[in-house]
Design a protein around this ligand. Structure first.
Ligand SMILES: [Zn+2]
Length: 286
């Protein structure tokens, strides 16, 4: 179980899925083999395959504990979902993620807060589980903090993902709609980072001089450190997403901030370092 310590905050990474995803050319309209070729020495084989430029993509949660809170940042894909967004993500029966949570010493009843960076299929799946054919909150004692514009956009779309992963939480009275800069506790707060979705947030952690930030999907792959302007096809506003990404990278480059990514290859965490007018990622897991 990969564990990090940020001052008095303990962070465990709980992986739900890990495998080959789309190719970089499918994911990023701006990408080309010519542009990527000079970077393959540091990107391949971990982040993408050298032959077809296929991305390796884990889907994971960060379990965050301090003296007052046990909280989950993002809840991955989940089980028995009806969508078919990506091969192998729908209708899963694999509950290894729940076993991973228990292996970290946490039962679903122990989680007091759930924070989703955004409400896409791979970030809110374990919000709910199926019991007797009904979707119920997986964490019966938790408040689920949704950024208001993210919730409103998701509710307006009313997709199967909203109806299975988000609406049952609202109907159970466990959802709390908050502002984009909401503070849960001293040293744990949302940071507005919109572009990928209308209410996307990063989640910043600070304790005893140590800093970390869970970046969600404002950045999907380390190749975007070399090409911050490459936004994925799925972005809500790709120009805004690119500006948000560059600002985030400039803000954290050459600092000690531990960037905890949603989808970079394992160990998925590390530091941003500047490289000319772009950046590189230095993996660090402790
Ligand atoms: Zn994602």
């Amino acid at each position: 179980m990969p564990t990090l310590q940020l001052g008095e905050i303990r962070v465990d990474r709980i992986v739900d899925w890990d495998g080959p995803f789309l190719t970089a050319l499918q994911m990023f309209p701006g990408a080309s083999r010519e542009a990527l070729e000079p970077h393959l020495d540091w990107l391949a084989p971990g982040a993408l395959s050298a032959d077809e430029l296929r991305m390796n993509l884990p889907v994971q949660s960060y379990l965050v504990r301090n003296a007052r809170h046990t909280l989950l940042i993002d809840t991955c894909i989940g089980c028995r979902k009806s969508h078919d967004v990506f091969r192998g993500w729908g209708n899963r029966s694999d509950d290894a993620w729940l076993a991973g949570l228990r292996a970290a010493g946490v039962a679903p009843e122990d989680v007091d807060s759930v924070m989703c960076t955004h409400l896409h299929v791979d970030h809110c799946g374990w919000n709910t589980r199926q019991v007797d054919g009904r979707w119920v909150p997986t964490f019966p004692n938790a408040k689920y903090l949704f950024a208001r514009p993210e919730y409103e956009a998701s509710a307006a779309a009313n997709s199967i993902v909203f109806r299975e992963n988000v609406l049952p939480v609202m109907e159970a009275g466990q959802a709390v709609l908050v502002e984009l800069d909401h503070e849960l506790d001293h040293g744990i707060h949302f940071e507005p980072t919109i572009g990928h979705t209308p209410g996307h947030v990063a989640i910043a952690l600070a304790s005893k001089g140590a800093r970390g930030v869970m970046s969600g999907d404002l950045i999907h792959s380390p190749l975007q450190l070399a090409f911050p302007e490459w936004s994925p096809r799925v972005d809500w506003d790709s120009a805004l997403s690119a500006r948000t990404r560059r600002h985030f990278l400039e803000q954290h480059a050459d600092t000690s901030t531990l960037v905890m990514t949603a989808h970079f290859p394992q160990p998925s965490t590390g530091q941003v370092v500047s490289a000319g007018d772009a950046f590189r990622f230095r993996y660090r897991s402790v």
